[in-house]
Design a protein around this ligand. Structure first.
Ligand code: ADP
Length: 269
């Protein structure tokens, strides 16, 4: 059996995309989709930067809600599936747009999941993009192998690994790092999420997991990959995600915004 013809079709489809960034996490619930959404919103603040956000987190596509596009449907155009636009220069495609019910995907079996992922990579008409941010499912499953395989010819710029500082999450990041090394995906770096809490009233910062404080940075150093920074737990991030309001537009005076800004400047550099 020769190579899957979809691999070449995907490379062709994504030939106008300069940077393809995978957002990975070892565990669910660490803030991966929040990061993918905010990264895309941040990058699109520059009107001249064309950004696409592709949500293939089959386990629970939460991107539509986070970017305020819940309930939108995919439109078919003559050249593929048309993404849904948050703004002129931020296009979004999510498996969530295909599901009448948010819980539908939970019962999908492997081949159906892989088929969907393949279709999403192959059929979305992005046009020319500076950045395509891909929100992947948590962990290192068969889906990840498929994603990497499908993007083999298109080329992956790199992966950003999101983690919280707890030891259980860090262990899973080690696995994620192993995975990237084995399949040859370059790692842009590690982002730590929710290590500290900044009180919105007094702006004082408290460490949430003291036992493993600094663990993500330590892991990055030990593994010889860049540590990109730490985003504090900030209720305004949660609220923005729950209501689909842009944290990036609304809370530019918050410490979490400053953390994002610094992380994203190193990603886009
Ligand atoms: P994952 O994609 O890893 O499963 P999500 O991005 O869905 O995780 O985040 C899980 C929950 O945590 C969401 O309700 C989100 O709003 C919240 N969250 C993520 N990061 C932060 C943060 N830095 N501060 C506050 N809430 C956050």
């Amino acid at each position: 059996k020769g190579p899957d013809p979809a691999i070449a079709a995907i490379a062709d489809r994504l030939s106008g995309v300069k940077h393809k960034i995978l957002v990975l996490s070892g565990k669910g619930g660490v803030g991966k989709s929040t990061f993918s959404s905010n990264l895309s919103l941040f990058l699109s603040q520059n009107d001249d930067t064309q950004v696409g956000l592709l949500d293939i987190d089959i386990c629970g596509p939460s991107v539509p809600k986070m970017v305020g596009l819940e309930g939108e449907q995919i439109r078919q155009s003559s050249s593929g599936w048309a993404p849904v636009y948050v703004s002129d220069n931020l296009a979004v495609m999510s498996i969530g747009f295909l599901m009448a019910n948010q819980n539908d995907a939970v019962i999908w079996k492997g081949p159906k999941k892989n088929g969907m992922i393949k279709q999403f990579l192959k059929d979305v008409d992005w046009g020319d993009l500076d950045f395509l941010v891909v929100d992947t499912p948590p962990g290192t499953s068969d889906e990840h192998l498929s994603i990497v395989q499908y993007l083999k010819d298109a080329g992956i710029t790199g992966a950003v690994l999101i983690t919280t500082p707890q030891e259980v999450a860090l262990q899973d990041v080690r696995r994620e790092i192993d995975f990237c090394r084995k399949v040859g995906v370059p790692m842009i770096g590690v982002v730590e999420n929710m290590a500290s809490f900044v009180c919105p009233k007094c702006d004082k910062s408290s460490v949430i997991f003291p036992a493993t404080s600094g663990g993500a940075r330590g892991l990055a150093i030990e593994q010889n990959i860049p540590f990109l920074g730490s985003i504090p737990l900030d209720p305004r991030i949660g609220i923005s995600g729950d209501f689909g309001e842009s944290f990036v537009d609304q809370y530019q005076d918050s410490p979490a915004y400053a953390a994002y800004a610094s992380i994203i400047s190193s990603i886009s550099a």
